[in-house]
Ligand binder design. Structure first.
Ligand SMILES: *Cc1c(COP(=O)(O)O)cnc(C)c1O
Length: 365
């Protein structure tokens, strides 16, 4: 009846893989922060909202919040002596929106992605009718020789570090090799707050470097939908031309403002999660590798008779949602670091899964 865009055939329907009521579940499947923003900080946000006019559009180019974010990064990364201002910053309705802009502004028939990695790079490239060249990660899940795959038709390269879903940081020297080719490199640093490093220190040296950060994970604001892109002014200017006007709403703007003014809270939260990650990785060390993020990728292939599917179902029956994969990661599940209590319940459940298969608890292996 309708003449739909044939590109849509590439995309499956959105649907959750479980039908239970999320309220009673421990959701360790989305790498969200386990803690909601505390009331005292929410109250600061409410006060800010009371003082603005919701009948008015946001600022056309979000200058106020862009400058505040620039100032925040200058302070946060003061060891690197960076000097950003609003002309280096874009804010978006989640960093997802920003991924799609980076694809739109450059020329070239393909992007390079390094799987297994975040699916949205492929999603938005396909949606924009741009080809995808895959340069898989090596056995340590690290990028290698990506620079050799760059050619004059490469639109940009996506590198996720720490990488989702493997959790590891990408080697800086490998990233620098790609940057040296001059091709635009999008560094997705959604989880960098959990690793305490950033490529932001190279922004001045490499004008082809684009950094994506999000307020969804370490900052605990997935529901607010706020992401930021940091880059050379010429790149920011191009994106400003094509960006949906007013996509960054005043509520997101005020919440981001509130959270960066209360960064001490975020810092404590990050330290808690890193601490819990180290405890959980220690307990599960037979099944995982070092993570620099807020999740662990567990390899179940060493456990006889357990597949990612059966483990997923087992956890689901116990009201825990984890993330499972297909393809190269088909024997693996990804687990977000939750609260101390949630991690304990997860561990007990994992233990049961092993017992069920006549294996002793991981700690004793
Ligand atoms: C969660 C995540 C994001 C953040 O997406 P938002 O749209 O900002 O919520 C970006 N990149 C990666 C790799 C992620 O895992």
């Amino acid at each position: 009846m309708f003449n739909f865009n044939p590109l849509l055939n590439e995309f499956p329907e959105y649907k959750p893989s479980y039908s239970k009521d999320l309220k009673n579940m421990i959701n360790l499947s989305k790498n969200e922060n386990p803690f909601d923003i505390p009331d005292e900080i929410k109250n600061i946000f409410f006060k800010k909202i009371q003082e603005i006019n919701l009948n008015r559009y946001p600022e056309l180019t979000s200058d106020t919040i862009r400058q505040k974010i620039a100032d925040f990064f200058n302070y946060y990364f003061r060891n690197y002596e960076i000097t950003l201002d609003k002309n280096n910053i874009i804010v978006g309705n989640g960093s997802d929106e920003l991924i799609s802009y980076t694809i739109k502004i450059f020329n070239g028939d393909h992007v390079i992605v390094c799987p297994p990695t975040f699916e949205m790079y492929e999603f938005y490239s396909t949606l924009n009718n741009v080809g995808i060249k895959k340069v898989p990660l090596n056995n340590n899940f690290e990028i290698s020789e990506v620079e050799k795959k760059v050619d004059e038709n490469t639109r940009l390269v996506f590198i996720c570090s720490p990488n989702n879903p493997t959790g590891n940081l990408q080697p800086e020297e490998e990233i620098l090799k790609v940057l040296k080719t001059g091709v635009p490199v999008v560094m997705d640093e959604a989880y960098a707050d959990f690793s305490k490093t950033s490529m932001i220190k190279y922004l001045e040296e490499y004008p082809n470097l684009i950094i994506l950060k999000t307020f969804s994970k370490a900052f605990g604001l997935a529901g607010i939908r706020a992401g930021t892109l940091i880059a050379n002014q010429s790149i920011v200017n191009q994106i400003m031309k094509i960006k949906s006007p007013y996509s960054f709403n005043v509520l997101s703007e005020k919440m981001v403002e509130t959270i960066i003014e209360n960064y001490d809270y975020v810092r404590k939260n990050i330290d808690y999660i890193i601490h819990e990650r180290e405890l959980l990785s220690q307990d599960l060390k037979a099944y995982t590798m070092k993570s620099d993020s807020n999740f662990l990728l567990l390899d179940l292939s060493k456990i006889k008779d357990i597949t990612a599917d059966s483990a997923y179902e087992f956890f689901l029956q116990n009201n825990i949602i984890v993330r499972k994969y297909e393809g190269v990661l088909e024997n693996k599940i990804r687990v977000t670091i939750g609260t101390k209590e949630e991690n304990q319940i997860f561990l007990e459940c994992f233990n049961e899964l092993l017992n069920y298969h006549n294996l002793r608890f991981t700690k004793e292996l």
